[in-house]
Design a protein around this ligand. Structure first.
Ligand code: AMP
Length: 436
């Protein structure tokens, strides 16, 4: 089966060819015909499956057939949880739509709004947006959403996790009743099902296996080490094994900064990305990391979500995530598209509960290693785990992790941008804010 068998028009086929894709991925095989038909869609797929082209190609085809937008109007609205994902989707829209005469633009928080206002003024065929900035512009009447024909919620589970449900509901209220809705989510939690139930009308359902599961292409190992020796062990592993491109996860923004500084001092080029960094700084760090100029990128879970860095060889969990599912998302950054990757987790005595939770989730025991010179103190006693807001609580597996998310939600103090806004608005619910 080829892309032309799926009924795509010549302009789109040329753009796909220019990207070098010959065969549609499983999600594209299913999503493209379903979206072309015009009905609603519920798709379970995560980054790495080719989902972006799966909705962008048929969306562009449908838009190419219709009338141009009037002033400030938007014909297709794609909502994403993070600025990085918005930028990536925006790039895909521009790439695939290059032979069509459709206008598209990307908006997100943390950057000046005037260029965004200017871009929307003439009307847009596709607007890719994070929810907070979109609502700001809508409230100021810079954008008219009353003629939206297609709505895409990309990584809807993350949007809910980040507390965007109220923003999404506000946006839904200003959209026209009759439209096509596409919902993409890596998981089908009760909350996602509830949202899908309200949003979608008799949707086509698509579920595709992950291209890379933890069991297959990722070589995973745990290094047992004392809390205080993690930084030195990481520097040692990077140097000793000559790891050239390493994505490191920390639990907190502060921890990400500290670690990046420390590694840089040891002559290992490193930068941190998280929600408190300016958009320019984040874009710059990511670009340098992708091209190989920057050896280590230190990121929090939210900042790293949706980053499409192909065939990343090394992922390091400097700290285990509070929520076991995040481990799977984190290590899914490596071993992509058939190449083998390595995921290493540095685990101290505080994190044994979290490790058990992860092993339960992935249904296997992970290999434990001890690096000579970094042997953990057998008498070390666990301390409560820092949750990033100066609060501490016990690290006892999945349930404890969820408790911490609720706690973080109540304390939610952030600054700048969309990620910053969500937790303050959020009340109740099972999933709370994350460290960005
Ligand atoms: P996504 O899941 O949309 O984030 O896409 C993951 C990666 O797969 C991106 O780097 C795409 O450029 C790439 N990709 C998308 N579709 C195809 C395809 N049919 N063949 C090969 N690569 C693809």
């Amino acid at each position: 089966m080829t892309f032309s068998d799926l009924g795509l028009r010549a302009e789109l086929l040329r753009a796909v060819e220019a990207q070098g894709y010959t065969t549609p991925t499983p999600i594209q095989l299913k999503a493209i015909p379903a979206v072309l038909k015009g009905g609603d869609l519920l798709a379970s797929a995560q980054t790495g499956t080719g989902k972006t082209a799966g909705f962008t190609l048929p969306m562009l085809q449908r838009l190419a057939d219709g009338p141009r937008p009037a002033k400030r109007q938007v014909r297709a609205l794609v909502l994403t949880p993070t600025r990085e994902l918005a930028a990536q989707v925006g790039e895909s829209v521009a790439d695939y739509g290059r032979h069509l005469t459709l206008r598209s633009h990307v908006i997100f928080g943390g950057v000046g709004q005037q260029p965004q206002v200017d871009a929307i003024r003439a009307g847009l065929d596709v607007l890719v947006a994070t929810p907070g900035r979109l609502l700001d512009l809508h409230q100021q009447k810079h954008v008219d959403l009353s003629k939206v024909e297609i709505l895409v919620l990309d990584e809807a589970d993350r949007m809910l996790d980040m507390g965007f449900i109220h923003d999404i509901k506000k946006i839904l209220r200003v959209l026209p009743e009759k439209r096509q809705n596409l919902l993409f989510s890596a998981t089908f939690s009760n909350e996602i099902q509830a949202l899908a139930g309200k949003l979608l009308d008799d949707p086509a359902m698509i579920e595709v296996a992950r291209r890379n599961t933890t069991a297959e292409l990722v070589d995973q190992a745990i290094y047992r080490v004392d809390r205080e020796k993690k930084r030195d062990l990481l520097a040692h592993l990077i140097t000793e094994h000559d790891w050239q491109q390493v994505l490191v996860f920390t639990r907190t923004k502060h921890g990400a900064n500290r670690l990046a500084e420390q590694l840089s001092k040891q002559d290992i080029p490193a930068m941190a990305i998280h929600g408190n960094k300016s958009q320019t700084a984040r874009t710059k760090a990511l670009a340098a990391f992708k091209t190989g100029d920057l050896q280590v990128l230190v990121a929090t879970d939210i900042a790293a979500r949706g980053l499409d860095i192909e065939e990343l060889p090394h992922v390091v969990n400097f700290e285990l995530p509070n929520v076991a599912e995040d481990y799977v998302h984190r290590i899914g950054r490596t071993g992509r598209a058939g190449s083998e990757g390595k995921a290493v987790s540095l685990v101290c005595v505080d994190e044994h509960g979290l490790l058990k939770g992860i092993e339960r989730l992935i249904k296997r025991d992970l290999e434990k290693r001890i690096e000579p010179g970094f042997e953990p103190d057998p008498n070390a006693r666990p301390e409560p785990i820092e949750n990033g807001r100066g609060k501490r609580s016990g690290g006892g597996g999945r349930n404890a992790g969820q408790g911490q998310r609720r706690q973080g939600q109540a304390a939610g103090q952030r600054s700048g941008g969309d990620e910053a806004r969500a937790p303050r608005r959020r009340r109740g619910g099972r999933s709370g804010s994350r460290q960005a």
